[in-house]
Design a protein around this ligand. Structure first.
Ligand SMILES: O=P(O)(O)OC[C@H]1O[C@H](O)[C@H](O)[C@@H](O)[C@@H]1O
Length: 430
């Protein structure tokens, strides 16, 4: 959608002044919304609110004057997808030294989760020579009958991993509904999502731009920081959760002279400076394909091992969990406060109680919530971007250590009666 605001080709009515996408993204079918794009990228909350208010007033004036709406008369259809996908295909061919079918014989399965990403198999991979049999859930179905289309979701990752193993494929690729999140699976069934996908993309981007800053969301692991900084020689800037937050932060860093080429979240949203800072999941996967294609063309390796080798040395915790603690908005303990104010009060209290705890150290640089190290691991409690929820991420070298961290949180928040800690209580149970 966004690219149509940049493409210059009158035959297909481009560049468009703006583009709108109707999508629920990775969320359930009943949470659809609009995403708006101009040539400057995706619009933020304030602009969207302004557009909707103006549209509502134009529409009611229109109706008040007695006009009937016949939009269809001025609608022209163009096949923009053909242009978009051919650009992706060209990118991989170029990376391999202009070979027509640089993925000839590679078996790559796609799981589109019944979202919009099914095109990737027939329109991108096949023209490059890849075999795509065994690809699944390519037909759009807004009820998502097979699994939630979200590369952070365990069931979704299990589905694509199984498809890779069943088909003895070289690689698996998975998208969320509107293809702004993506992830991969190597031929052995190793998931390349979350911190691993960030590590992999960082390795690729840092080869192209040595020393650059990688902006990530707040729930990234400590192991990722040492991988980016010690192994790859880059700088890890752990910012806030939210794709728009990480993208805007990377743009801000560049504007003050700190070079950054990649903004990426554990959710699978990733945006590159070279791609106009758009979180395009298909483009992210094309960067992996470029690597596969160029490694094969230069005789440096064949298959997904080329990718897996790039994340060699990434330290991963034995335990990594996310527990989502709900705020009951109808509880009297809110005392007229919004759930956000209540959540902030929980975080404030947690922060204070950590300060006097010798077993725990609060992160000195932190942009969101309360991030704390201890027992060989860390936890982060923060407010959800959208929901009345405090997500708690814990990573630790053992279940025992993770429980110790959980117990510290549990003790600190126990007086907040509107906070539903049942997920945490269950986790810390002996
Ligand atoms: O704060 P949470 O509830 O965990 O949600 C965080 C997520 O919200 C949305 O889905 C955004 O698109 C993501 O960029 C973000 O990571």
């Amino acid at each position: 959608m966004f690219n149509s605001t940049l493409t210059e080709d009158e035959a297909i009515l481009c560049p468009a002044d703006g583009a709108i996408m109707i999508t629920a993204s990775h969320l359930p079918y009943n949470r659809n919304g609009f995403k708006f794009f101009t040539s400057d990228g995706g619009l933020g909350k304030n602009d969207i609110k302004d557009i909707l208010e103006r549209a509502a007033s134009i529409y009611s004036n229109f109706l008040a004057k007695g006009y009937s709406v016949k939009a269809s008369e001025s609608v022209k259809k163009v096949d923009y997808m053909a242009v978009y996908t051919s650009d992706l295909v060209k990118a991989v061919r170029k990376a391999a030294g202009n070979i027509e079918k640089p993925l000839e014989g590679f078996h790559i399965v796609v799981d589109a989760g019944n979202g919009a990403g099914g095109f990737f198999a027939a329109k991108v991979l096949e023209p490059l020579g890849a075999i795509t049999s065994g690809s699944q859930f390519l037909e759009p179905d807004g009820m998502f009958p097979n699994h939630i289309p979200n590369p952070e979701d365990k069931a979704a990752m299990k589905a694509i991993t199984q498809a890779v193993l069943d088909n003895k494929a070289n690689l698996g690729i998975i998208f969320d509904t509107d293809v702004d999140r993506s992830a991969a699976v190597d031929s052995t069934g190793r998931e390349l999502n979350r911190n691993r996908l960030i590590a992999l993309m960082s390795a690729i981007v840092l080869e192209e731009h040595p020393g650059t800053t990688i902006v990530t969301d707040s729930v990234t692991s400590d192991g990722l920081t040492s991988f980016i900084e010690k192994k790859l020689g880059g700088k890890h800037h752990r910012f806030k959760r939210g794709y728009k937050n990480v993208i805007d932060e990377a743009i801000r860093l560049n504007s003050i002279g700190e070079e950054s080429h990649l903004a990426i979240e554990t959710s699978g949203h990733g945006a590159l400076k070279e791609n106009h800072w758009l979180d395009d999941g298909a483009y992210l996967m094309v960067k992996l394909l470029n690597k596969l294609a160029s490694a094969r063309a230069s005789g440096k390796g064949v298959g997904s091992k080329v990718l897996t080798d790039l994340v060699e040395g990434l330290e991963e915790p034995a335990i990594a969990v996310e527990l989502r603690l709900k705020i009951n908005q109808n509880h009297p303990d809110l005392k007229g406060r919004s759930f956000r104010e209540y959540g902030e009060a929980v975080l404030q209290h947690l922060g204070n109680s950590i300060a006097s705890n010798p077993k725990l150290q609060k992160a000195t640089v932190n942009y969101e919530g309360v991030r704390v190290s201890g027992f060989g691991g860390w936890f982060l409690l923060r407010l959800s971007l959208h929901d009345p929820v405090l997500p708690l991420n814990i990573e630790a070298p053992s279940h025992e250590d993770a429980v110790k961290l959980g117990l510290e949180v549990s003790a600190a928040v126990k007086e907040f009666q509107a906070l539903d800690t049942s997920a945490l209580d269950k986790f810390v149970q002996p």
